[in-house]
Design a protein around this ligand. Sequence first.
Ligand code: NAD
Length: 309
Amino acid sequence: MKMLITGGAGFIGSHLAETLLEQNVEVHIVDNLSSGSISNVPENVTFIEEDVRSASLQHLMAAERYDTVFHLAAQCDVQHSISNPAHDASVNILGTLNVLEGCVRNKMTKMIFSSTSGVYGNPEYLPVDEQHRVQPLSFYGLSKLAAESYITLYHALYGVPYTILRYANVYGPRQNTKGEGGVVAQFMNRLFTGSPLTIYGDGEQTRDFIYVKDVAAANIAAVHNGNQGVFNISTGHGRSVNTLAALLGAMHSSPLLLDYAPAKSGDIRDSCLLHAHAAKELQWTPRFSIDDGLRQLYDYYAASSPGCP
Ligand code: NAD
């Protein structure tokens, strides 16, 4: 099996690459390194430094005849999408279109698309299922939703097989602090530099934090299952930001410094996604509890910050 990961030099894509290699899949990565890093790319991967919007991507896909393309390359910074919606749309919509054109050249290539809970906007009920109405609050959520629509229409017109995965807030090693779910990475960076953890508002806002290895496993589950489906990839549990800080505090030997700042305007209060559809159709459920995932991440930071408390 030969598979392509766009955005494979990034946080989630690099974990997906590692997991595929463990299963003896030949892995190719296309990434322009705009937010990813070559140091994230595992050995034994064919790395192509390229923009996902480039014409050469289509030539590559035609020549390599991948079994599956995992499309993760994206502009993932919500604030950037507000200040520069054209750039966000260019990468997230036109980039997806280009990958779809590559799939049309090889009709057997299935696209597995990384989407986001951001397509739902403010929840009308919790946990949010896939039937919840979609009303994004940012251009990032909107561009992801538009990309989803292109994918479903490409299937209707050209038969391109697909699975769409809507992630909750992903956390784990190699995450940068800018993207979605960045609060865990921000807390870790601050913890290991001895700085206070900034909590916006009262800290009782909740998020559904899912460990990156579980997200990689969901992508792999989608290779053979869930054709033409849309799936929430989540834990199904909302955890408050205060709880997150307390869990990290319990692992850390030095006292935790907390800095409460005014709530960010436009932030949703609570977020939690139901993953029953993925459990049934993808035969996937998360394996990492929040304690296990945070422990793995804490140990990763501790190993890369020798001498820190
Ligand atoms: P990331 O920024 O670490 O990875 C994105 C990768 O895409 C980077 O390596 C970047 O260099 C690459 N890239 C960006 N623009 C590109 C372009 N024009 N051409 C080629 N490569 C390009 O982000 P991540 O957190 O790993 O996110 C991966 C995917 O998961 C994204 O599609 C994101 O929207 C989605 N997602 C992430 C989360 C989360 O909590 N991290 C939640 C929901 C959805």
